[in-house]
Design a protein. Structure first.
Ligand code: NAD
Ligand code: MG
Length: 386
């Protein structure tokens, strides 16, 4: 799911390297019909889904000479993951749109390689209950969570003291609020270490990505908020660390390349040979660590607040964030206004202590409405100020 994106295309590169291990059954995309068609020709899935229904005929026509079923629409995403031939679903779409299809896959008993962190942010409790109930493996693709997961292998009996999630700090590390007032989306899109989709790249610049990852880690590893620390590590070599009850710390290291965590999620528990570039210690004589600046980058603090509040609050945070990031990418709100709007949405949306899947969908919708209204107000002021 999300085959045409940054994670999706890299996952297909991994799949291509091991034809004896993997066989693609289904490919899905939102709007990029051209790439989806090209991928279908290369990987020969039985089904492709284009979520954007206006692209259906184009895809259907382009693939009429090969035996593939073409479907369209969001509902089809939930249908296709249930296919009996599927063992594992790579959830690599972006945003809360990933929740329903990922839940459908879990309910159908499929293992999940999870890149779509928003699924756990929005509905972590519910998703983890379903994972338990259906006995599926939920394998992290996010590099930090893959690192923690790799450190935990062989530690079944051990007690975890805490974990440290590393953060690159993004393109504005070390900058103050005054500087951040006028940064553009072009600047924010220039990530120092990773090439990723637009939404997560902006989230990395605001530190919301780390906030979402803290919530993701809470659910994946069953931790309390106080057991999750964030440490800024600009070189992105140490991908995260686990501290055990005896004080011993394990870390996972490597060059920043998402293909490694993707590959591990797909081959777990095996480690499989590859030709990825190797890390060389002398190329990195200094690995440095510092505290995150939550005064300049308030989103990280807001994410901790949402996590502590629990219930549907992380869903509210996430929905507001998706709205403001889209607005920032269009040049309609400033960098710092994103945090203000998220905070106000968290204050105005209705907080529920416990929620069903429908409650989360409704919270997502209502929080977006509030955030859109706040964006519209902010947009007018922002354009006057510019
Ligand atoms: P991307 O924007 O490059 O790709 C997103 C994919 O999802 C595309 O194939 C798109 O067609 C599909 N999609 C988007 N909206 C959809 C919708 N409403 N319905 C159906 N399909 C939809 O994003 P990405 O960078 O690959 O990120 C995907 C997920 O992985 C995100 O949750 C992100 O946080 C996470 N992640 C990404 C990276 C990375 O290096 N890119 C690293 C860690 C985690
Ligand atoms: Mg990450």
């Amino acid at each position: 799911m999300g085959a045409t994106g940054s994670i999706g295309t890299q996952a297909l590169e991994v799949v291509q390297a091991y034809p004896e291990r993997f066989d693609i059954q289904v490919l899905t995309a939102a709007t990029n019909a051209e790439l989806l068609v090209q991928q279908a020709r290369t990987f020969r899935p039985r089904v492709v889904v284009i979520a954007d229904e206006s692209k259906y005929l184009g895809v259907k026509n382009a693939l009429r000479d090969i035996p593939v079923t073409v479907l369209a629409g969001e509902a089809a995403l939930e249908e296709v993951v249930r296919d009996g031939a599927i063992d594992l679903v790579i959830s690599a779409l972006v945003g809360s749109a990933g929740l329903r299809p990922t839940v459908a896959a879990i309910r159908a008993g499929k293992d999940i390689a999870l890149a779509n962190k928003e699924t756990l942010v929005v509905a972590g409790q519910l998703v983890m209950e379903l994972v338990q109930k259906h006995g599926v493996n939920l394998l992290p693709v996010d590099s930090e969570h893959s690192a923690i997961f790799q450190c935990m292998v062989g530690e079944a009996g051990a007690t975890v003291d805490k974990i440290y999630l590393t953060a690159s700090g993004g393109p504005f590390r070390g900058k103050n609020r005054e500087y951040l007032t006028s940064v553009s989306c072009e600047q924010a899109l220039r990530h120092p270490n990773w090439v990723m989709g637009a939404k997560i790249t902006i989230d990395s610049a605001t530190l919301m990505n780390k906030g979402l990852e803290v919530i993701e880690a809470k659910w994946l590893f069953g931790l309390q908020a106080r057991q999750i620390d964030v440490v800024v590590h600009p070189q992105s070599i140490v991908h995260s660390l686990v501290q055990f009850a005896d004080g011993s710390i394990k870390a996972q290291l490597g060059l920043p390349d998402m293909k490694l965590p993707i590959q591990y999620a797909l081959t777990y528990p095996d480690r499989v040979e590859n030709n990825f570039k190797r890390f060389n210690f002398v190329d990195f004589p200094e690995l440095t660590f510092e505290r995150p600046d939550t005064v300049a980058f308030r989103n990280l603090a807001l994410a901790y607040q949402a996590m502590e509040a629990g219930g549907n609050m992380p869903c509210i945070l996430n929905a507001a964030n998706e709205v403001v990031v889209a607005a920032f990418l269009k040049g309609n709100v400033g960098f710092l206004q994103m945090s203000d709007i998220i905070e106000e949405t968290m204050q105005r949306a209705v907080h529920m202590a416990a929620a069903t899947l429908d409650d989360y969908m409704e919270t997502d919708r209502k929080s977006r409405e509030i955030a859109v209204e706040l964006v519209t107000k902010a947009k007018n002021l922002y354009h006057i100020a510019k």
